[in-house]
Design a protein around this ligand. Structure first.
Ligand SMILES: [Fe+2]
Length: 246
């Protein structure tokens, strides 16, 4: 079974469209989403509609999905994120608002093979930036393989009986073979707002039969997405950051 793993799409229709057009040539069976479908970008309804049409197996909620759908008030958001969330809440159709409100909280186990969550399997709003946070998660959970998002950069943390290691991926396409006896925390990167210094959209495909994760980075129409953000009256930094991947 091959899983298309998407995270942090953030209402970026062009990035999601580029990913879906790319994977038309790549075989995959099921799609799972690690949260933050909306927030920041100018196309919340189009993005949710595209995702719903894929009939994803599981979509866990992200912090932006909660605030944009009114489940939380966003008191921990910075001014720009909150402004975008309130704008998004007004734009969402009733049906998409309801869909977002009903998204489950992670972690959710998928086919008994791996877990998915937004921030961490312990706390959906917490971040895993480095090995210290990853080690803490490994110590307090027992999932052999977890996929997470929220930090917006592709990374693998691997815990063997001897050591924890970090794999940062830089190639446009990178295959990583999982080893038995090693536990993994894997971030596929952000589809709609990458923050690792590269503007390229990021996602992964996990082959559950061969135990291989393939990361992909793709160009998309960044300029078009930026124009839409500015035309919608959303804060300029949300457009600017897309061209530098920050
Ligand atoms: Fe996010």
């Amino acid at each position: 079974m091959r899983y298309l793993i998407l995270s942090d799409i953030h209402s970026n229709q062009e990035a999601l469209r580029a990913v879906l057009s790319f994977v038309r040539r790549k075989p995959w069976d099921k799609v799972v989403v690690l949260g933050d479908v909306v927030g920041y970008g100018a196309d919340p309804n189009q993005t949710v509609d595209m995702l719903r049409a894929l009939k994803p197996l599981v979509v866990v909620r992200g912090n932006h999905d909660k605030v944009c759908s009114g489940l939380e008030n966003g008191e921990l958001f910075n001014r720009i994120a909150l402004e975008a969330a309130m704008w998004t809440r007004k734009k969402l159709t009733r049906s998409n608002l309801q869909w977002l409100r009903k998204l489950p909280q992670g972690p959710v186990e998928v086919d008994g093979k791996f877990a998915i969550c937004h921030g961490t399997p312990i706390d959906e709003d917490a971040y895993i930036f480095g090995e210290l946070e990853a080690l803490n998660v490994f110590r307090h959970t027992d999932f052999p393989i977890s996929f997470f998002g929220h930090s917006h950069f592709p990374v693998v943390f691997a815990l063997s009986p001897e050591a924890i290691t970090t794999v940062l991926t830089v190639a446009p396409s990178f295959r990583f073979k999982l080893r038995p006896g090693v536990r993994y925390l894997i971030n596929p990167g952000s589809v709609g707002q990458p923050r690792d210094g590269s503007p390229l959209s990021s996602f992964a495909i996990f082959d559950g039969d061969t135990g291989t994760v393939t990361f992909h980075r793709l160009n998309y129409q960044v300029g078009r997405t930026q124009r839409k953000i500015l035309d919608a009256g959303l804060p300029r930094p949300l457009a600017d950051r897309l061209s530098i991947g920050r």
